[in-house]
Design a binder for this molecule. Structure first.
Ligand code: ATP
Ligand code: MG
Length: 374
């Protein structure tokens, strides 16, 4: 499966263009601020219906226009010959987002998530490691929302219950009016926790392996650090029980503080180096390169999840990722990506010399002032 055609309308600074993409991918070269990241943002929008840079939809409409539209046509390989057309549009006035797959609008927007199959690597990924727990929760939530059926629903139920419960606590309502939200919170929260635990547990070795391969032998680990204690085998019912008990134990503190203090909205995904028996948190002790390597390993695990869950090679989008890695690491990443049965690759770089993936096999496109020349 690869992206064969892309149509852009009023997306950021990009010219309205119809592009045909080669099945192996393309290297997009251009100076700073010409629209390279915008181009990847447009493609990746088809996977998650949001900006990989965390921008609001309205920010992506070209200045002075009202609607952006991105349409991608995929084409299958021998195993899955029929492709699909995914169209996404956003209107500033009225804040309307519209999606269709082969011309049909799904019942809910979330039904359109993860249809496209792509992973994006960007220099900002280092925030996954250096930033606070909320960055890592967001990463987990996106990966799980795209790959685990039922997760989006559980997460949104959890958030709804949490908001209402917090409002009741903040208004100092009596305990009975706070606890009406507990059942919904606990039921959805337990599903969220167990899904996060399972994903982290089953991919921890892969993370370690990718980290070791890029770093040239050093080891690192990812572990789930749930706010409500779970062990490796806790099932959903037992997780509900543990969550309910934690809520009971926190009740007095919650009433004093006026906010929900326990639950998966306080989880973390811990990333640490394992050196000679010592565990060092990458966030506190990792060097810049080590953090970037860990972030890259997370993305590689994300790509692996797509290969496993959807039996499909994800499209790989690389936004100027080699800029800050030493030569050895960059070489090993290149080798790794080439060995990983990678599908179509779209990479951006300011200079031709930075394009080393697939040696010279990737066609070069140029971008200037939002206009792409193929
Ligand atoms: P770098 O190499 O520095 O990362 P880049 O080529 O990736 O550069 P982009 O981030 O893709 O650059 O594009 C930045 C340009 O897009 C800026 O000039 C910015 O003003 C412009 N831009 C951003 N949003 C919009 C918008 N909504 N409408 C028009 N132009 C926009
Ligand atoms: Mg950029």
């Amino acid at each position: 499966m690869h992206l064969s055609e892309l149509s852009l309308r009023h997306f950021r600074n990009l010219r309205n263009q119809e592009l045909e993409l080669p099945s192996e991918g393309v290297a997009l070269i251009g100076d700073n601020a010409q629209g390279k990241s915008n181009f990847l943002e447009a493609i990746y929008y088809l996977e998650t219906l949001r900006s990989f840079r965390g921008a609001r939809d309205a920010q992506m409409v070209s200045f002075g226009d009202d609607v952006f539209r991105v349409v991608g046509t995929t084409q299958g390989g021998a195993d899955e010959p029929r492709g699909a057309q995914i169209a996404a549009a956003f209107q500033k006035k009225g804040k309307r987002k519209k999606v269709s797959i082969d011309g049909v609008e799904p019942d809910r927007l979330t039904d359109a998530l993860g249809h496209f199959s792509a992973v994006i690597f960007s220099p900002a990924d280092v925030d996954l490691v250096s930033g606070g727990p909320s960055e890592r929760r967001r990463f987990l939530d996106i990966v799980l929302a795209l790959n685990e059926p039922g997760y989006v629903g559980a997460l949104s139920d959890y958030k709804k219950s949490l908001i209402r419960r917090n409002a009741a606590l903040k208004a100092r309502q009596p305990t009975s009016l706070v606890s009406v939200w507990d059942q919904g919170l606990v039921r959805a929260g337990a599903e969220v926790m167990v899904a996060r635990r399972d994903w982290i547990m089953t991919r921890a070795d892969a993370f370690d392996d990718y980290y070791a391969r890029v770093s040239g032998g050093r080891r690192a680990r990812m572990t789930y650090r749930p706010n409500v204690q779970l062990d490796d085998t806790t099932n959903v019912e037992a997780a509900q029980e543990a969550f309910r008990e934690a809520l009971l134990g926190a009740r007095d503190r919650e009433e004093r503080r006026g906010v929900t203090l326990v639950g998966p909205h306080r989880d973390d995904l811990r990333l640490h180096l394992c050196d000679e028996g010592e565990e060092l948190d990458l966030r506190d002790y990792g060097s810049g390169g080590q953090r970037r390597t860990a972030a890259l390993a997370l993305r590689l695990v994300e790509a692996m999840t797509i290969r496993e869950r959807r039996s499909r090679r994800p499209m790989i989008l690389l936004d100027d990722v080699f800029a800050e890695l030493d030569g050895g690491r960059s070489e090993r990443i290149l080798e790794l990506m080439e060995g990983e049965d990678t599908g179509q690759v779209v990479l951006t770089a300011p200079k031709e010399a930075d394009v080393r993936l697939r040696r010279d096999a990737l066609p070069r496109w140029r971008i200037q002032g939002g206009e792409i020349t193929t």
